[in-house]
Ligand binder design. Structure first.
Ligand code: KIV
Length: 285
């Protein structure tokens, strides 16, 4: 049985921060589960870190479902959240419900995430009323990067901070079980976390949140640079590059493969083969 949505409230009550990470495939999802993580987000950040796009906007619903299925297949217990991509929930609450249902029914996720505060409240309510747990996402919402004019910290003025508080309260009121705060000043994130009864999960929002979410590629150092709000716990990019360059050099210098990597025939079959070859191969009539 997988971890259920009650986990989030329990963690907030216990004061132990929620640890969430993105995952996009079965193998890394399995590793994350084995490392003890209890929640995985199949983020549309995969558009940038896996597909090589500059933003998350080109990611499609079918692509998100494909990756969510992999993460579900690679895990047994973790709570899997599928991220609804650009314009797959914004047009109407009917559209949102139909598409969110695909994450749960086809892909096997336990929840969906969608971006937006007050303006998405009625959609969140519709999904929750229909049995779909929703993780909300406010602050810097990457699908609106063109409207923000870049990857900017949100809520830096008292007016925009008040809007973010309204957003946070609106998604809670609408029934979201938790809310991601992305690129929000620490003081504001702490204030929101104290005001809400549901947990906040920060990314670039400081230590005052009830949990943290990070992009897998950033924390393992798969890419050359990681954002300021992240920390590289390993330099896996360098390790991979080193391994590939050693492989190339071993092949070119006849150090790989060796006998240990090869397969052999038994002696009798080999002698038979030599005999046949030496006698001339039989006609294939
Ligand atoms: O797409 C994503 O990975 C996200 C997280 C960074 C919160 O939205």
């Amino acid at each position: 049985m997988r971890i259920n949505v009650g986990y989030f409230q329990k963690q907030k009550a216990s004061g132990i921060p929620i640890t969430m990470l993105t995952a996009y495939d079965a193998t890394t999802a399995r590793l994350a589960e084995q490392a003890g993580l209890q929640t995985l987000l199949v983020g549309d950040s995969l558009g940038m870190v896996m597909q090589g796009h500059e933003t998350t906007i080109p990611v499609t619903l079918d692509e998100m479902l494909y990756h969510t299925k992999m993460v579900v297949r690679g895990t047994e217990k973790v709570f899997v959240i599928g991220d609804m991509p650009f314009m797959t929930y914004n047009i109407s609450s009917d559209q949102a419900l139909q598409n969110a249902a695909r994450f749960i029914q086809e892909a096997g996720a336990q929840s969906v995430k969608l971006e937006g505060g007050l303006r998405m409240a009625s959609t969140i309510r519709r999904l929750v009323e229909n049995g779909i747990p929703v993780l909300a996402h406010i602050g810097l919402t990457p699908q609106s990067v063109h409207r923000f004019g870049g990857w900017r910290v949100q809520g830096k003025t008292s007016e925009s901070a008040m809007h973010l508080i309204e957003d946070a309260e609106a998604v809670q009121e609408a029934g979201a079980y938790a809310v991601v705060l992305e690129l929000v000043p620490s003081e504001l994130a702490k204030l929101i976390s104290e005001r809400l009864t549901i947990p906040t999960i920060g990314i670039g929002a400081g230590a005052g949140c009830d949990g943290q979410v990070q992009v897998f590629h950033d924390i393992i150092g798969l890419l050359a640079d990681s954002p300021k709000h992240s920390r590289q716990y390993a330099q896996v990019g360098q390790i991979i590059q080193g391994a590939i360059s050693n492989y190339k050099s071993d092949v070119e210098n006849h150090r790989f493969p060796t006998e240990a990597n090869a397969f052999t025939m038994d002696e009798e079959a080999l002698q038979g083969l030599y005999g046949t070859v030496n006698a001339g191969l039989p006609d294939s009539q």
